[in-house]
Write a protein that binds this ligand. Structure first.
Ligand SMILES: [Zn+2]
Length: 267
């Protein structure tokens, strides 16, 4: 598949947690009790030929279930840039954690691109009650299984081309079948890391994130991000509030809500 097409990429913030500590981000960090806020995003990859959503976030129902606030539903965030969730034809789900694979029902026309390994992991023995299942929500996983049976899931195993100039790459580490997304833009290959790197500090300093299935895969994944991106400035972490400081808002009145990540970041 050619990479002749280029895209705009949008990061849309739909939730945040400000009462969070570094211990929740880093393993064996020296400043465990320092504050460490986190942002929650979905992403849109768009050009004249197609619009692809990366992750579906979580909705108000999930927010209530987890007593975790939400600023706006992902579909409301999408509507701000004229993307109708119900009309989206292709969605890449980076992994099945509740904040990435919720609100699937609002994407009634979508075909979902997932890694085989994530489905196996999310329906396998590690999901028996206990530590590993905490980041997943059974309803989300069941909805994805239903989508498999109705022919709306495209499985990938490793690296795959989704469209000209858009590829996915299995990283693992944080979740067994986690994939990042690489997108050709006017400035070259940008990598939407999702949770292959939650924060800049994770990949820049090779610090594993505290929610992890395989630390070795996670650390190898940091290196993979550098290989896939045209430069370190082309790697966009999945939850870092700094993304909204470094990249420009789509429009002035959308600062803190919708930012362009296909363009070069400010230093
Ligand atoms: Zn995650």
């Amino acid at each position: 598949m050619s990479d002749s097409e280029t895209y705009e990429i949008f990061a849309l913030k739909y939730a945040e947690r400000t009462n969070r500590k570094r211990v929740e981000t880093f393993i064996r960090d020296d400043e465990h009790n320092s504050p460490h806020p986190i942002d929650y995003f979905v992403w849109v990859i768009r050009n004249d030929n197609r619009t692809i959503v990366v992750d579906t976030g979580y909705d108000s129902k999930e927010a209530a279930r987890r007593s975790q606030p939400i600023i706006r539903e992902p579909r409301e965030a999408l509507a701000i840039i004229d993307v109708d969730a119900g009309a989206v034809e292709q969605a890449i789900i980076t992994h099945f954690h509740y904040d990435h694979a919720g609100s699937l029902g609002q994407f009634g026309a979508a075909r979902f691109h997932i890694q085989e390994a994530e489905m196996v992991f999310a329906t396998g023995p590690c999901m028996c009650p206990g530590h590993m299942q905490k980041s997943f929500t059974a309803d989300h996983v069941c909805q994805m299984v239903q989508n498999v049976y109705s022919g709306r899931v495209e499985f990938h195993d490793g690296d795959a081309a989704i469209a000209p100039g858009i590829t996915v790459h299995k990283i693992g580490g944080h979740s067994r079948g986690l994939q990042c997304v690489r997108v050709m833009t006017k400035r070259g290959w940008v990598v939407v890391a999702s949770d292959a790197a939650h924060f800049y500090e994770n990949f820049e300093q090779r610090k594993p994130y505290a929610v992890v299935v395989d630390v070795a895969d996670m650390i190898k994944g940091f290196k993979r991000l550098y290989e896939l991106a045209d430069s370190p400035d082309h790697i966009v972490p999945g939850h870092d509030p700094l993304v909204l400081e470094r990249y420009p808002p789509f429009r002035d009145n959308l600062r803190g809500i919708v930012h362009r990540i296909d363009v070069a970041p400010a230093k």
